[in-house]
Design a protein around this ligand. Structure first.
Ligand code: FAD
Length: 447
């Protein structure tokens, strides 16, 4: 039966666009199926509309920036590392610049420029894109004998009865974060059809909800150079240093997003989960006590709240005074030793009890996804079915902020694109669901 394409790519996000272009550049006839009316919707809003493409750091240090899947990515980074990605975009006319923390952005500060470049890359290489095509199922032929793996020979599209046939299929449907962009976890169901295990998808890089009523008074307050520690069932699990934001519902900001992966998992399991904020992480407990004593003494006749103004942001002063069971109007100099000790302790250990997170609707990334032990790291090929390849966030990979998630999407897509092209040029075609093998029509192509 006639093939519609050599390679079908499901999903036109960061990974799908690059995989489609790469497979087409390798000589395959490529069909990219995207369920939205346009490709690259999430990419357009990435990096606050500026698209943090990758990070300039040493590629050998990259794996450590993925709480999920770092080791698996070695081969993908070897094939397409951060500098090769920057060169790739430069060749497409996208000039880049490096910002704080090694973050790489387009000079234009415009994520749409990146999307346009990727579309151009795929189109110029000859890949065809069809939008408003939602893939609902894989087209799978049983293996020739009971021991053989099933073979994916295409996909079914919503509203169509016949499958779209191909030599290979790449699933690049993204995760489940920001579902409004099209990433609604469809790839997980497609993987399950051929026996893939899906590691429970959970939101990560997501703001956290806390129970404290005093948050209403400090919402919008952003603190730099603080430490936040995540405590689970009374044990410190993780600690981060940097910037934190108090919101009306709880906590956000870079260090909270970093803690959120473990926090979300613990909350899901019903564990007691807390964030403890150290407002003076550069000082030892003794130094904090001495500094507090000095400020209170110098405050003399001042009220307690007035005496604390050098030490704390104004809006946090009533919070700490209240938590220490003191009165804002009492005289600073009158504080007893035990009262000073309570206040000093809170300065380095301000507890917030977590009640939840903001969910996939507000998460930057999905932790969990297609089990990496079931995917070949050098080709992104499925170990469960022939002709099936994976790319991007649908895999159980999640990185911290800083450009790591897009680099993972692009690197896995590059591998998947060329491996699917090679596979589809080698498979026996045409393929029908009943007869997996009939005649050989090998074509040779240079990648
Ligand atoms: C607000 C926000 C900002 C971000 N900023 C950054 C950043 O600056 N730097 C960074 O490194 N990472 C960032 N990320 C993460 C990064 O954008 C993602 O990890 C990356 O886009 C994943 O690429 P992907 O191609 O795997 O998935 P996606 O980009 O989500 O693309 C998946 C595509 O598949 C389509 N699709 C899904 N199901 C089907 C189906 N059944 N049939 C057909 N098509 C389907 C979807 O419509 C979508 O177009 C950000 C994420 C968010 C939410």
């Amino acid at each position: 039966m006639k093939r519609d394409a050599d390679v079908i790519v499901v999903g036109g996000g960061a990974a799908g666009l690059l995989a489609a272009g790469r497979a087409a550049a390798a000589g395959s006839r490529v069909l990219l199926l995207e369920k939205n009316a346009e490709t690259g919707r999430k990419l357009k809003m990435s990096g606050n509309g500026r698209c943090n493409i990758t990070n300039i750091g040493d590629i050998r240090d990259f794996p450590a920036h993925y709480p999920g899947g770092g080791k698996f990515l070695h081969a993908a980074f070897h094939r397409l590392d951060n500098t090769a990605l920057i060169d790739f975009f430069a060749a497409l006319g996208v000039k880049t610049k490096v910002e704080r923390g090694g973050r790489v952005f387009p000079v234009s500060d415009d994520a749409e420029e990146v999307v346009r470049a990727l579309r151009r890359y795929a189109q110029a290489a000859g890949a065809l894109t069809e939008t408003e095509r939602r893939v609902t199922r894989l087209a799978v032929a049983a293996g020739e004998n009971t021991a053989a793996r099933p073979r994916v020979f295409g996909v079914y599209v919503a509203g169509e009865t016949a499958p779209r046939r191909s030599g290979a299929v790449i699933i690049a449907t993204g995760g489940a974060a920001f579902p409004g962009t099209g990433a609604t976890g469809d790839g997980y169901g497609l993987g399950k059809e051929v026996g893939h295990t899906v590691r429970t998808p959970l939101p990560a890089l997501v703001p956290l909800r806390a129970v404290e009523s005093w948050l209403a008074g400090v919402q919008g307050l952003s603190l730099r150079n603080v430490k936040a520690a995540l405590w689970i069932n009374g044990r410190k699990k993780q600690e981060e240093f940097g910037e934190l934001l108090f919101t009306h519902f709880g906590l956000s900001g870079p260090i909270i997003l970093t803690l959120s992966r473990e926090a979300a998992r613990a909350l899901e399991e019903g564990a007691e989960t807390e964030v403890r904020v150290n407002l003076k992480p550069a000082l030892t407990a003794e130094q904090v006590a001495r500094r507090l004593d000095r400020d209170l003494r110098q405050g003399g006749a001042k009220t307690l709240k007035g005496a604390l103004e050098q030490l704390l942001p104004k809006r946090l002063i009533p919070v700490l005074i209240d938590l220490a069971a003191l009165s804002p109007e009492q005289k600073a100099a009158d504080l007893r030793r035990e009262e000073r000790r309570r206040l000093a302790a809170l300065l380095q250990d301000l507890p917030l009890r977590l009640t939840g997170h903001l969910g996939f609707g507000a998460a930057v990334i999905t932790a969990g996804g297609i089990d990496l032990t079931e995917v070949q790291p050098a080709t992104m090929a499925s170990k469960h079915a022939d002709g099936l390849f994976w790319a991007g966030e649908v895999l159980d990979i999640d990185g911290v902020t800083g450009g790591y998630n897009l680099q993972a999407a692009f690197s896995t897509a590059f591998l998947a694109g060329e491996a699917a092209a090679a596979y589809s040029s080698d498979v026996i075609a045409p393929l029908s669901p009943s007869a997996a093998c009939s005649s050989s029509t090998k074509r040779s192509k240079s990648l």
